[in-house]
Design a protein around this ligand. Structure first.
Ligand SMILES: Cc1ncc(COP(=O)(O)O)c(C=O)c1O
Length: 414
C-alpha cells in the first residue's frame, strides 16, 4: 500500500461526522479539503484521527510565525488575564504602544486598527476618498480609485465591485461605483487612467489569489512616480504579501518602493485572532475625525498585545531572513519539477504559485492527493497550487513536502 492509501484507511467516523456537521450547519461558501484539524504547532497540523500534516498554506499567510508561536501565545495569555475588550469608548494601555510600534515598523506616523483584511481595505478606500475631498479638493462623490485586473482584496460589496472574478460578483449587485480596473503590471495603463478625480491607486505588490503573480521590475517604481506626480495616493495591499512572507517585511521593499498607505492584516494577528490596520502619515489618516469611522473590536487590548508582539518579532528580522533563504531552496526544489507535471513556478520567498499540467487533474484534485500524503496546500484558479508554509518550516521539511508533491505528480501522470 502507498502512504496515501495507509493514511486514507485511517479515516474513521470522527472525520466524516465533523465534515457532515460543517456541511449541515456552516454556509457552503468554501470548498475545504477533507481534513479536520484538532491541534497544531509550528508548521504541523494534527487531525482528529491523530494524523499529522505539514501545513504548506499557513492559513493564507496568517500563520507566518508558526501555529501557536510560543512568544505570541504567551503574550495572548498575559493579556487574557488582564483585559480583552473595552471598545474605543475608552483608552487601553495596549493600543498606544501597539500603534506606536507598528507605525515605527512602517516608518509612518499613524495606525487605524481594524479586524479583518477586507475591513482594512474598506477603511483604506474610505480614507483615500476622504483625503481626496478634504485635501486634494476632488468634488464630493466624484472620486475614482484605480485597481488592477485579477485583484483580490476581500469579499465585501465595495471590494467585489472592482473584482474581475465572475464568481465573486455574480448575483451580488448593485455595486459600488468609482473604480477603474486596468491590467496588472501595466504602469502605462495606470498613468492613462489617472484623471483629476483620481484619489488613489490600490494594488497588491504581488498578486496572491491570482496565482502569486510577480509584476515586472519597473511596475511599482513607475506607479510610485505616477502617483507622486499626479497627487494620487499609492495604496499597497500587503495583507497577504507582507510581514516577512516574501523575505522582506513588505513586498514593496523588493523594488525600493514606499507606498502612501499600507494595508496590513492576516499575520498581524499572529495566527491567533483577526487584526488588521491601515498605516499612513498624519496628513492622510488625519482626515478621520470622531464618528466618521470605527469598529467595536478594532484595536482591542487582546489584539493590540498580540500585534505588539508580532511587531517585536518582525523588528528582529529572523523570519524575513528565513523566508528569503528557505524561499530560494523551495523555489529551486519546485523548479526541479518543471517538465515533470509542473509548467511554471512563480513567487518570492516562502511563497510559490505552481502551475500544474491540467492533464494531470485539477488543482483541487492534486491538493486532495497531497493531503493524503500529509502535505496541505490549496489550489487557486484551476490548475495553480499555492505553497505558503509557516516561516518556521525547515529545509528538510521543504524537501519532504516536495518529494510528496513529486510522487503525487508522478502517480497522476501514470
Ligand atoms: C491581498 C489581500 N487583501 C485582502 C484580503 C482579505 O482579507 P480577509 O480574508 O482577512 O478579509 C486577502 C485575503 O486573502 C488578501 O489576500
Amino acid at each position: 500500500m502507498t502512504m496515501a492509501e495507509i493514511r486514507r484507511e485511517a479515516t474513521t467516523g470522527l472525520t466524516t461526522e465533523a465534515i457532515a456537521l460543517d456541511n449541515t450547519y456552516a454556509a457552503h461558501n468554501y470548498s475545504p479539503l477533507p481534513v479536520v484539524a484538532a491541534s497544531a504547532h509550528g508548521a504541523w497540523i494534527t487531525d482528529v484521527e491523530g494524523r499529522r500534516y505539514l501545513d504548506c498554506l499557513a492559513a493564507y499567510s496568517a500563520v507566518n510565525f508558526g501555529h501557536r508561536n510560543d512568544e505570541i501565545v504567551a503574550a495572548a495569555h498575559r493579556q487574557l488575564d488582564a483585559v480583552t475588550l473595552v471598545s474605543r469608548a475608552f483608552h487601553s494601555d495596549q493600543l498606544g504602544p501597539f500603534c506606536a510600534a507598528l507605525a515605527g515598523l512602517c516608518n509612518k506616523d499613524m495606525v487605524l486598527p481594524m479586524n479583518s483584511g477586507a475591513e482594512a481595505v474598506e477603511s483604506g478606500l474610505k480614507v483615500a476618498r476622504k483625503w481626496g475631498t478634504d485635501v486634494k479638493g476632488v468634488a464630493e462623490g466624484t472620486a475614482n480609485i484605480i485597481v488592477a485586473d485579477n485583484n483580490f482584496h476581500g469579499r465585501t460589496i465595495s471590494i467585489v465591485s472592482f473584482s474581475s472574478d465572475a464568481s465573486a460578483r455574480g448575483g451580488f449587485g448593485p455595486f459600488t461605483p468609482g473604480f477603474r480596473s486596468v491590467p496588472f503590471g501595466d504602469a502605462d495603463a495606470v498613468a492613462a487612467a489617472v484623471d483629476e478625480h483620481t484619489v488613489a491607486v490600490l494594488v497588491e505588490p504581488i498578486q496572491g489569489e491570482a496565482g502569486i503573480i510577480v509584476p515586472p521590475d519597473d511596475y511599482l517604481p513607475r506607479l510610485r512616480q505616477v502617483c507622486t506626480q499626479r497627487h494620487v495616493l499609492l495604496i499597497a495591499d500587503e495583507i497577504q504579501s507582507g510581514l516577512a512572507r516574501t523575505g522582506h517585511t513588505f513586498a514593496c521593499e523588493h523594488w525600493g518602493v514606499v507606498p502612501d498607505i499600507y494595508l496590513l492584516g492576516k499575520a498581524l494577528g499572529g495566527g491567533v485572532l483577526p487584526l488588521s490596520a491601515v498605516v499612513a502619515d498624519r496628513d492622510i489618516l488625519g482626515v478621520l475625525h470622531p464618528g466618521e469611522h470605527g469598529s467595536t473590536f478594532g484595536g482591542n487590548p487582546l489584539a493590540a498585545a498580540i500585534g505588539s508582539t508580532v511587531v517585536d518579532i518582525l523588528r528582529r528580522g529572523e523570519f524575513q531572513t528565513r523566508s528569503a533563504e528557505l524561499g530560494l531552496h523551495l523555489h529551486a526544489r519546485l523548479r526541479s519539477l518543471l517538465g515533470h507535471g509542473v509548467l511554471a513556478v512563480r513567487g518570492m520567498g516562502l511563497w510559490a504559485g505552481v502551475d500544474i499540467d491540467p492533464r494531470l487533474g485539477t488543482g483541487k484534485q492534486l491538493s486532495v492527493a497531497l493531503a493524503e500524503c500529509g502535505v496541505l496546500v490549496k489550489d487557486t484558479h484551476g490548475s495553480t497550487l499555492r505553497f505558503a508554509p509557516p516561516l518556521v518550516i525547515t529545509a528538510e521539511e521543504i524537501d519532504w513536502a516536495v518529494e510528496q508533491f513529486a510522487s503525487v505528480l508522478a502517480r497522476a501522470g501514470s
